[in-house]
Design a protein around this ligand. Structure first.
Ligand SMILES: C[S@@+](CC[C@H](N)C(=O)[O-])C[C@H]1O[C@@H](n2cnc3c(N)ncnc32)[C@H](O)[C@@H]1O
Length: 344
């Protein structure tokens, strides 16, 4: 199975070495060192992406804090980001790393334990409000309540519950084992934690637009050393602008999220873009109507829920297909649907 970003351990001379500063080594155990800033001295590079072939080898400067071309890409120009920081793909190492776009030079760093890879990262004055399906989950209260009762309510609509949903998703993801998995719209990380703990994937990225969901996610993982040390990153990003190079990801999971996205078609087009050929997308959502919807409820659900991105089975298949995915399959239980599709 192809792993999108297999590691190359040689130390390399940076193409952009004039951009970066020298700085002291970090202790890998400290979780509270500030994220790195970039400036201008020569530095050793380490590479983890096929797109990094322009960098030249420099065997003289092996160092614990290395530059590497990362899995992450700039949300503006989709060029791979250069990473400077301690090695490893886990929450503390990424928190202590600085990232910079090779092309547009925009810098990205971590805030409150998550790496902010939104287009507006670093903006000082500009604030943008998204539709309610996105803004609702940015609330600290909703984020706090999400795994403390809110999510459990989904069972009444036919969701089988996190353990069973995880098992079902893992079945679909078999062709992606050992690869990179992005848990898009991860919320407080209910499934990201399970994916990371399963050790099925080389890297797991827990990604959401909500700052407060990501803070909750960190609060859950910091009490479990096995997850803190796992190959897991917390990233803030918009599903319509995913910070990954095209074809760099093996699996995308989006639990209970489709109905929350501002534009499901833009989101699935983005998911298609980042998946490698043969990569798998698995999503769950609430159906507007299904075979089990009582006749008396149908007109109401058809009319009202249409305005809230709740779809029928046929519409979801059509959406995936029109965004270029193939091999669509689904499982339905009351209003719950888990669907899967593949990048050709
Ligand atoms: C109902 S929660 C799902 C959480 C989790 N995946 C689950 O299965 O329980 C929906 C999530 O979608 C996220 N979301 C909404 N709009 C988004 C966007 N534009 N980009 C990324 N995530 C978004 C919300 O922040 C929220 O965490």
């Amino acid at each position: 199975m192809a792993i999108a970003s297999s590691s190359c351990s040689s130390s390399l001379r940076p193409l952009h070495h004039s951009l970066f500063p020298k700085y002291p080594s970090f202790s890998c155990n400290s979780q509270f060192r500030p994220p790195l800033q970039f400036s201008s001295l020569r530095f050793p590079f380490r590479i983890r992406a096929s797109s990094a072939t322009a960098l030249e080898q420099d065997t003289s400067t092996l160092h614990q804090d290395a530059f590497e071309v990362d899995l992450f890409a700039c949300p503006i120009c989709y060029e791979p980001l250069i990473r400077k920081g301690p090695p490893g793909f886990n929450v503390p190492a990424i928190y202590r790393s600085g990232f910079k776009c090779k092309k547009c030079n925009k810098s990205f760093s971590s805030k409150n334990m998550y790496l902010d890879l939104t287009v507006t990262a670093g903006a000082k004055e500009y604030t943008e409000y998204k539709p309610v399906g996105t803004e609702l989950f940015r609330s600290p209260l909703v984020s706090f309540l999400y795994e403390r009762g809110w999510r459990q309510n989904f069972n009444r609509s036919g969701f089988p519950g996190p353990d069973e949903e995880f098992k079902m998703a893992q079945e679909y993801f078999k062709p992606a084992e050992g690869g990179v998995l992005v848990d898009v719209s991860c919320g407080s990380g209910l499934f990201s934690r399970k994916f990371a703990k399963s050790e099925t994937y080389s890297r797991v990225i827990a990604l959401d637009f909500s700052e407060n969901m990501l803070r909750q996610c960190y609060d859950f993982i910091k009490i479990d050393n096995t997850i803190l040390a796992a190959n897991l990153a917390l990233v803030r990003a918009d599903v319509s602008r995913l910070p990954f190079s095209s074809g760099s990801v093996d699996a995308v999971h989006a639990g209970a999220a489709l109905h929350c996205w501002p534009s499901p078609s833009n989101a699935i087009a983005e998911i298609n873009r980042i998946l490698r050929s043969g990569g798998i997308f698995v999503g769950t959502t609430f159906l507007r109507v299904s075979a089990s919807t009582p006749a008396i409820m149908r007109p109401f659900r058809q009319r009202i829920l249409q305005n809230y991105n709740y779809f029928t089975e046929v519409e979801i298949e059509d959406l995936c297909t029109s965004c270029g995915l193939v091999n669509y399959t689904s499982k339905v239980q009351q209003s719950f649907i888990m669907f899967s599709a593949q990048k050709p």
